[in-house]
Design a protein around this ligand. Structure first.
Ligand SMILES: Cc1cc2nc3c(=O)[nH]c(=O)nc-3n(C[C@H](O)[C@H](O)[C@H](O)COP(=O)(O)O)c2cc1C
Length: 332
């Protein structure tokens, strides 16, 4: 009997596949469908800091961070009040989901400035959220702000959230840091119970006929997983926080690789949007088949087995690999 169970920031999960934040988790019916197909936990789509600040009417100070540089910025913000059900609807979704499904429900907040909205995380906790994912999606466009200032701001935010909550906190990061391993350690020290690596940033496209900058969202490709595998392999064993991989997990093999580099869970969105939620059945069956064929008894057994610390040649994850990759092309 193959044991697919894992734990993620203290949550007991029946398998390592989690639905990451997306519209796939924006209603109780959709969450129930995911559960029917074996999802182990769900992350609700993010509520934005701006939505909460607008609600608390202390909007000026925080919105002006963007508006100072581009006064029109505030008016560019889409009408966010009803996005993702709005703050009240969001809490209601947490409550109803908790009544209707057995899998853990993780609320998600998108914010970067420590301000009044952190209190809302407590409301999410009260509504029954099993954990909070803090989605730090921030583009630092101010040339006078240094990397050290930005990073310290994130650490401060996580420390404040940790003080406000009793439930676990996961922090979803992008890979745009000069020293990813060091920053992961600092997030860990600031109180993050899990790191979710890595957020995908969406770059706007240009419409050269209308001369407009247009939003552009493409689903992920499995090759994006390699960046995540690489960094998780490197940080495994250096932090206490659990690690989740998000970005490019499409198949059973992708989930297995994620476990082997040291992740506790592998999150999926694009593949489920592309192939439908029933794809979860295929992925789970594929994991079990592979484990049977390779005589693995449990997911726990493989956790970190191919992390940098555990592979025979750790340099494969270092600069030496870069040189080897480049030379391998000419040697073909
Ligand atoms: C339509 C869509 C909506 C998303 N909404 C959110 C969101 O609200 N909050 C968040 O943290 N990530 C959001 N994401 C990012 C996903 O949670 C996920 O991290 C990303 O798509 C990479 O995983 P994937 O390769 O499995 O798609 C969204 C992705 C998509 C495609």
């Amino acid at each position: 009997m193959i044991d697919l169970r894992t734990t993620f920031m203290g949550l007991q999960l029946k398998n390592p596949i989690v639905a990451s934040a997306s519209p796939l988790c924006d209603s109780v019916d959709k969450i129930r469908l995911l559960e029917d197909h074996g999802i182990a936990a769900v992350v609700l789509p993010s509520l934005f800091e701006e939505q909460l600040i607008v609600e608390s009417e202390s909007v000026d100070e925080d919105l002006s961070r963007g508006a100072e540089t581009f006064p029109e910025a505030a008016s560019f913000l889409p009408d966010l009040q009803d996005y993702n059900l709005g703050p009240d609807g969001y809490l209601e979704l947490i409550r109803k989901a908790k009544e209707s499904v057995r899998v853990p429900v993780i609320g998600s907040l998108n914010g970067v400035s420590p301000s009044g909205w952190i209190r809302y995380a407590r409301d999410m906790q009260q509504a029954g959220a099993d954990a909070i994912e803090l989605n730090i999606y921030s583009l630092v466009t101010d040339p006078s702000r240094t990397a050290a200032q930005v990073e310290e701001g994130y650490c401060d935010l996580v420390r404040q959230m940790r003080q406000s909550l009793t439930i676990p906190i996961a922090v979803k990061l992008s890979h745009f840091f000069s020293a990813v391993a060091n920053f992961a350690c600092r997030m860990d020290a600031s109180g993050a119970n899990a790191l979710v690596l890595f957020n995908r940033f969406y770059q706007p496209d240009l419409d050269i006929e209308q001369l407009e900058v247009v939003p552009s969202l493409t689903l992920s490709h499995p090759t994006e997983l390699l960046l995540r595998l690489h960094w998780v392999a490197i940080i495994h064993g250096h932090i206490r926080a659990d690690v989740a991989i998000t970005g490019g997990v499409h198949s059973a093999q992708d989930v297995l690789k994620s476990m082997m580099v040291g992740a506790r869970v592998a999150m999926m969105t694009s593949a489920l949007l592309q192939y439908g939620v029933a794809h979860l059945d295929t992925v789970r069956a594929g994991i079990i088949r592979w484990m049977e064929e390779h005589e693995y008894e449990s997911i726990r057994q493989m956790c970190g087995s191919m992390s940098q610390r555990n592979v025979p040649n750790p340099a494969d994850y270092e600069r030496a690999n870069y040189m080897r990759v480049l030379s391998s092309y000419t040697l073909r």
